[in-house]
Write a protein that binds this ligand. Structure first.
Ligand SMILES: Nc1ncnc2c1ncn2[C@@H]1O[C@H](COP(=O)(O)OP(=O)(O)OP(=O)(O)O)[C@@H](O)[C@H]1O
Ligand SMILES: Cc1ncc(COP(=O)(O)O)c(N)n1
Length: 270
């Protein structure tokens, strides 16, 4: 069985972070493991508080995974400050895992910061060179590149700039901003556009977490990067489309449909 690790923050209401990652990985039929770096008391409406796990326990969790089981892919989500980034980067250099996908989470849907603003330099220097893929949304790409993104051309220019920081490829997510749901992959050679229609819904909590975990799972399963993203775009689109409408704010996406679509169990549990 393929094994995928998420290194991220925890969401007690199960829509984003570690919980969304594990649901996504399980729906792909890979064995999911998690290193929790922060406990975020959040729900579909707001972030109440954040507590970071100590650097020692973050390092120990990573050691626990690699001394025993190992990984076929790693997804990295919320890393709240520079010290955590340095600790995670050191461990990744020590274990050199394959297929590292970084979702550079900066804000929760309601606008609360999940990453210290002054840690962007560290993210760029320490983590980007280790990544096979980074999946910023437009505001995150704007922060990383220090440029404004208003068009598809801007998205392409930003991707080129991000690639120069040393990661192997960039998937810039057009999620909320430009027309349809258009994401652009740049691998240093080609631009590939992944486009779906924009679904009208407020329930998009955890879309970024879900997409990056899906890509990591598909890479672990042996798909090429382009195939993996294409399958993952299908996964996230269905997960948004098959709305389960949970919570009072921006609700979570639906992993059950993807879990059970073959067996048609979904029709019975709706
Ligand atoms: N309303 C929508 N309809 C269809 N696809 C969407 C919609 N919103 C987001 N997506 C897709 O979901 C994936 C995640 O993109 P998004 O830009 O939402 O990530 P994110 O900003 O990191 O997540 P979040 O906004 O939850 O922080 C992308 O493939 C994007 O195109
Ligand atoms: C612990 C945690 N990690 C990440 C996000 C962002 O989620 P997304 O960008 O996928 O909506 C979140 N709200 N909470």
């Amino acid at each position: 069985m393929k094994k995928v690790l998420t290194i991220a923050g925890s969401d007690p209401t199960g829509g984003a972070g570690i919980q969304a990652d594990i649901k996504t990985m399980s729906a792909h039929g890979v064995y999911a493991m998690s290193v929790i770096v922060s406990v975020v008391a959040e729900n579909t409406m707001r972030v109440i508080s954040i507590e970071d796990i100590s650097l020692k326990v973050i390092r120990d969790q990573i050691d626990a995974v690699y001394e025993d089981i190992g990984t076929d892919a790693v997804k990295i989500g919320m890393l709240s400050n520079s010290e955590i980034m340095v600790a995670v980067a050191q461990k990744l250099r020590e274990y050199s895992p394959l297929n590292i996908v970084l979702d550079p989470v900066m804000y929760a849907k309601g606008g609360n910061a999940l990453m210290a603003e002054n840690s962007i330099e560290t993210l760029i220097k320490e983590l980007l060179p280790l990544c096979d893929l980074i999946t910023p949304n437009i505001p995150e790409a704007e922060k990383i590149t220090n440029m404004k993104i208003h068009s598809i051309e801007d998205m392409k220019r930003a991707s080129e700039k991000i690639l120069n920081y040393g990661c192997k490829s960039v998937l810039l997510k057009g999620g909320h901003y430009i027309g349809e749901a258009i994401d652009i992959l740049y691998d240093g050679k080609d631009f590939v556009t992944y486009e779906t229609k924009r679904i009208k819904t407020k329930n998009t909590h955890g879309t970024g977490c879900t997409l990056s975990s899906s890509i990591a799972s598909n890479l672990a399963l042996g798909f090429s990067l382009k195939e993996a993203i294409s399958l993952s775009k299908e996964y996230i689109t269905k997960a948004i489309e098959k709305d389960i409408n949970i919570g009072k704010g921006h609700g979570p996406v639906n992993h059950f449909y993807n879990f059970f679509k073959e067996e048609k169990i979904y029709e019975n549990i709706k």
